[in-house]
Design a protein around this ligand. Structure first.
Ligand SMILES: O=P(O)(O)OC[C@H]1O[C@](O)(CO)[C@@H](O)[C@@H]1O
Length: 543
């Protein structure tokens, strides 16, 4: 099917997307809605023949059976020998969802019990009942990195209008500046620290946790009592003395970058409250039900994936820009970078063979309208085509600033229109003449003001960024990653590619304590280190 799709691409490569609208019904036929969300992919070069070829491709790779396997708890993460059940916290919200049994463990029953315990703890923190010494927690510092940071950080910001609990802060980087700048003006007496790490071995997180504990110990006599641990490796959490009653575990079948739904989302739960957090889970559940039961070509995550495969694998566009017209989704592109690039940024298939059709694209982005004043120049006139994925809410949370929202939405719609429509040399020239520019100057300037157009984009419209809607959106993207991974033959749930760099960082550590670099270190690396150490000595003697 890949070859058929590539041939189709050759046939339609020069076709104008705008011309596809001449049939009149394209806008409604190449968009779909589900429970408040509208996904419009009409401003792409996809047609029904292409979609049907993709459907055949999904049949070839047994997509429906693989989807069923994920939901039923089969060990589809083969290289780590694990099930993939980030859906568990969501489907556990439905009393009727059939139990999922993995290695004799009743996943949903366990998930519900763990969730109830977490909810009770979050209630206590929010009400001031915890820590119980007359202190009310005003600030929460989540120490974690990757999936133990990006999901909660993105969601806390996204749902800030619902945030009526303690203020949440996030520390991820090994750079001490991150911890320093966060703790700088916090009161240790009223601060709770969450150490969030699935493995509880991640270097950055462990170092930040120890330094935060030292900071807390200067003022709070029983500092570990203000710490909470969240991990799949609960046996390791005692290393920093966190009491068992403040340790919340979750199953290893929930991958780090898929873990915002699990206890890793505690900071979000404390911020918006357990009821609103349940709404977030229910939004995810809504998307799960849709994804699991809807035919492929009416299925939102599948369609999102097919657009992605069409643009990257077939058209050869190297990157995908995600542009939320929603300031509070400022961290969504970073969140999706991990979700998509750590999942599908692979070079080999499940059997270890080089991927025939490549892995996932580079994902990047910024909120609109800011991006318009930064990188949209290239998107409109640069020589490479960057498919854009716009997201926009029909409503904002600021009724008094509704006029701002109209401008925001207007800009979003204008971008997708301009990208597709373009502007010919002739039109640009005429416009300049109409402005009274001399013909010779107009001719010169017109080429600068020409837009090739025919640049694809999709738009996801949601009613308002509520906890439920955010849950729908995040689950939508997660399932998209799964579909793309299945189509390409990738295991989307391991991340061996990040291990080698970690190994070398560990091996280099002694060189900073008077030891030596490993013998096989490259001379360039040795030269850089020598320079750093020299500067460090200079700084110390200057002190
Ligand atoms: O939650 P942990 O185990 O500290 O891992 C943090 C992150 O590190 C990674 O393993 C990559 O190094 C991610 O997959 C994960 O989200």
């Amino acid at each position: 099917m890949w070859e058929t799709l590539k041939t189709r691409h050759q046939d339609v490569a020069t076709r104008s997307i705008a011309s596809l609208f001449s049939s009149g019904a394209r806008a409604s036929r190449f968009s779909m809605s589900h429970n408040g969300l509208l996904f419009d992919y009409s401003k792409t070069n996809l047609d029904f023949d292409i979609l049907n070829d993709f459907k055949a491709l999904l049949d070839d790779v047994d997509f429906e059976a693989k989807r069923e396997a994920m939901f039923s708890g089969a060990a589809i993460n083969e290289t780590e020998g694990r099930s993939v059940l980030h859906i568990a916290p969501r489907v556990a919200q439905s009393a009727d969802w059939p139990e999922i049994v993995v290695d004799g463990e009743h996943v949903l029953a366990d998930t519900r019990a763990g969730h109830a315990r977490l909810e009770s703890f979050a209630h206590d923190v929010r009400s001031g009942a915890w820590p119980g010494d007359g202190v009310t927690i005003t600030d929460v510092v989540n120490i974690g990195i990757g999936g133990s940071d990006l999901g909660p950080a993105m969601a806390v910001q996204a749902l800030s209008p619902y945030g009526d609990g303690p203020k949440c802060h996030f520390v991820a980087n090994a750079d001490g500046a991150d911890l320093h700048d966060t703790l700088f003006d916090l009161d240790p007496h009223t601060t709770m620290v969450i150490v969030a790490s699935k493995s509880f071995t991640t270097l950055e997180t462990m170092q930040n946790a120890r330094s935060a504990l030292a900071w807390m110990s200067q003022s709070v006599p029983d500092a570990p009592s203000r710490f909470v641990a969240i991990s799949s490796a609960v046996g390791l959490t005692s290393a920093i003395g966190i009491p068992d009653s403040q340790v919340f575990g979750f199953g290893s079948y929930i991958g780090g970058r898929y873990s915002v739904w699990s206890p890793i989302g505690l900071s979000l739960m404390v911020s918006i409250g357990p009821e609103a957090f349940s709404e977030f889970l229910k939004g995810g559940l809504d998307m799960d039900q849709h994804f699991l039961t809807t035919p492929a070509l009416e299925n939102m995550p599948v369609l999102l994936a097919l657009v992605g495969l069409w643009h990257h694998q077939i058209c050869g566009y190297g990157t995908r820009a995600v542009i939320p017209y929603e300031q509070r989704l400022a961290r969504l592109p970073a969140y999706l970078q991990q979700l998509e690039m750590e999942s599908n940024g692979k070079g080999v298939d499940m059997q270890g063979n080089p991927l025939e059709h490549g892995g996932g694209p580079v994902v990047w982005g910024e909120p609109g309208t800011n991006g318009q004043h930064a990188f949209f120049q290239l998107i409109h006139q640069g020589q490479q085509v960057v498919p854009c994925e716009f997201l926009v809410g029909a409503n904002g949370h600021e009724p008094d600033l509704r006029h701002h929202h109209k401008v925001l939405v207007g800009n979003c719609l204008a971008q997708s229109e301009a990208l597709m429509r373009g502007k010919t040399l002739e039109v640009a020239y005429r416009e300049l003449l109409d402005q009274g520019i001399e013909p010779e100057d107009a001719r010169l300037l017109a080429s600068q003001k020409t837009f090739s157009g025919n640049r694809p984009s999709t738009t996801l419209v949601y009613p308002k960024l509520t906890p439920f809607v955010l849950g729908q959106i995040i689950a939508l993207y997660e399932h998209r990653v799964f579909v793309e991974g299945v189509a390409l033959g990738i295991n989307s749930f391991d991340q061996w590619g990040v291990e080698f760099g970690k190994e070398l960082a560990r091996a280099f550590a002694p060189a900073f304590e008077g030891g030596a670099l490993p013998e096989d270190a490259n001379p360039s690396t040795a030269h850089l280190l020598e320079y750093v150490l020299k500067c460090e000595e200079t700084r110390e003697s200057a002190d």
